[in-house]
Design a protein around this ligand. Structure first.
Ligand code: ZN
Length: 298
């Protein structure tokens, strides 16, 4: 039987076969063993595509693939990467087309679908919790700030670039825009703000009561609460999940209180926020689930 594979591209590439909303077989990674944050930064777009195809083929082994879903950071439209602030060389690249031609060999056509990485993670959370019928939103906190949503819906959904302050001095976002959420909580933005401290030290100092760091951490929480409240005001209440390597710095109880201060209309009550430890599998499962649904109807 032809199988579905899922891929998540973040600071590395991870892929696996997915069956019944679960990983079915070993995960394959590139780089295989490394905490490297920049393995993909220097690779040209077509080399990244070739590497994704290689990792997918290794995870499929001899089994034929019907569909492959890929979660990729950036704005994705119709299989093309329209913008990817953290992998700029891929901007404009037709990733779906490239992967379909690399993967469709003698064995037949393999349908590939590309999604925003946070959307893939949202789908994976919804699938593994059996809540594919409800609206699920996810913030991924890493180098950038990703916003994902399931069910997948046509749109841009760049929630990480929500404007959360009118202060013109707030200009640390990777996209260059002023006042953005990622300008507070993106790892790269924090390094630019605190030239003398690493983000890990900023959060440790805040815990120890150092005033400058504690004020910043408090503003980070207000910024994330503001973007969450905006999403609730635009799209309604529901669960929000926090994940990614830097989600551990967020105090969920504090965030929840701030969101409730910012959202007061009674039909919009009832959102909740939950931390999910960073996990490639959710994005892999979600990309595969989305691709399977998309290719079953088209
Ligand atoms: Zn931005």
């Amino acid at each position: 039987m032809a199988r579905t594979a899922g891929v998540l591209v973040v600071q590395h590439i991870a892929a696996g076969l997915v069956d019944k909303d679960q990983i079915a077989g070993p995960l394959r990674m590139f780089p295989e063993k490394s905490d490297s944050h920049d393995a993909l930064l220097a690779m040209p777009a077509d080399a990244i595509a070739a590497k994704i195809a290689e990792v997918v083929s290794a995870s499929a082994g001899s089994q034929p693939l019907a569909a492959v879903g890929v979660g990729f950071p950036g704005i994705i439209r119709e299989g093309r990467v329209e913008e990817s602030p953290n992998l700029q060389q891929v901007k404009g690249f037709r990733l779906q087309q490239a992967l379909e031609s690399l993967l469709s060999t003698g064995a037949g056509h393999v349908a590939v679908r590309i999604y925003n990485d946070a959307d893939a993670t949202a789908a994976g959370i919804a699938a593994t919790r059996g809540v594919l019928h409800t609206l699920n939103r996810v913030w991924t906190l890493g180098n950038g700030v990703g916003f994902g949503r399931y069910p997948w819906a046509e749109g841009t959904w760049e929630g990480g670039h929500s404007v959360v302050t009118l202060d013109p001095k707030e200009q640390f976002c990777g996209c260059g825009g002023r006042g953005h959420l990622e300008g507070f909580l993106g790892y790269r933005a924090m390094r630019m703000r605190f030239l003398d401290l690493e983000p890990e030290e900023v959060f440790a100092n805040a815990k120890a009561g150092e005033q400058r760091c504690a004020e910043f951490v408090s503003r980070c929480h207000r910024a994330l609460a503001a973007a969450t409240a905006t999403s609730i005001h635009m799209d309604g209440p529901g669960p929000f999940y926090l994940t990614g390597p830097n989600a551990k710095w967020i105090d969920v109880g504090k965030l929840d209180r701030l969101v409730h201060e910012m959202v007061k209309m009674s039909p919009l009550q009832g959102s909740r926020i939950e931390m999910i430890p960073p996990n490639d599998e959710l994005g892999i499962i979600g990309a595969a689930v989305n691709a399977r649904h998309a290719t079953a109807v088209s």
